[in-house]
Write a protein that binds this ligand. Sequence first.
Ligand SMILES: Cc1ncc(COP(=O)(O)O)c(C=O)c1O
Length: 314
Amino acid sequence: MTVPTARFIFHEGRIVPFDEARVQVLSVGMAYATTVFEGLRAYWNEAVGQLYVFRLEDHARRLLQSMKLLRLEHDLTDEIIQQAVLALLRANELREDAHIRQLVYGEGIGPITTAGPVGMTVAAMPSYRLFDVESGIACATSSWRRIGDDALPPRIKCTANYQNARHAMLQAKLDGYGGALLLNGQGKVTEGPTMCVFLVRDGKIITPSLTSGVLESITRSTVIELLSVKHGVEVEERPVDRTEFYVADEAFFCGTACEVLPIVSLDRYPIGNGKPGPLTRTIQKAYNEVVRGMTSDDGQWRTPVYKSGQKRPR
Ligand SMILES: Cc1ncc(COP(=O)(O)O)c(C=O)c1O
């Protein structure tokens, strides 16, 4: 698929026309994947004429943690990171749902140990859908194991990690599935390629623990909080077996990109009745309401982009 672009991009401190963002092809960011990134979303609320970035502060915090783990030398602050996103959305005058991608990369040429200087690029483009959140997807357990904390840090977003997710997803697609579930080195469930996973069994909601080899996902924490605060249901965070999915009543992936995505089968075992389940639908609705500001709850998670609600100019 072709991802939509926008007029402007934030590149190394300046907002420039989209095609003018350039990096040195031999930089360590390119050559050794010395790059970390964030994927965010902004949601347009037509009723109040406002665009909200979802959990901007948390994404900025995770980006800084990713830089720390890669030992990148930089002078980027929380404030600079957040303001770059907001300035870019305003420059593009986006008044619709948007995907945001924020990258920090080693821009110099050097050996693999090169720690700086770094550049930051932010792109914000109209939203696109990669998955059908209405029907859900059929998944396969991947023969590729998820990277472990003894090889590359799974809890952060460094681009090198994503070849692992790519292998799993491409293989699943070639084999006729819509998605994949990756196990860790101990054979326990971790997550899907770029999405965390939950299952529902006998009224209990379960998700692999943060020490299972999963990304410290912002949507995962949102879902856990929505379930506990809004529905009084505590999520069990623990090691999960693959066969628990075969006997589960419901399962779903979650992530900034896929939002809440039902899993309807794993390895051709139908999950529940093979259709998205009621709790999955409840979470989808609650998530949509919170990201768009259709509820006044959880306002701390939404950063408004425009000063006051402004209708789209006609
Ligand atoms: C490897 C991986 N797991 C899980 C997720 C979901 O994380 P989040 O909810 O922060 O988008 C992502 C998405 O960015 C990811 O890249």
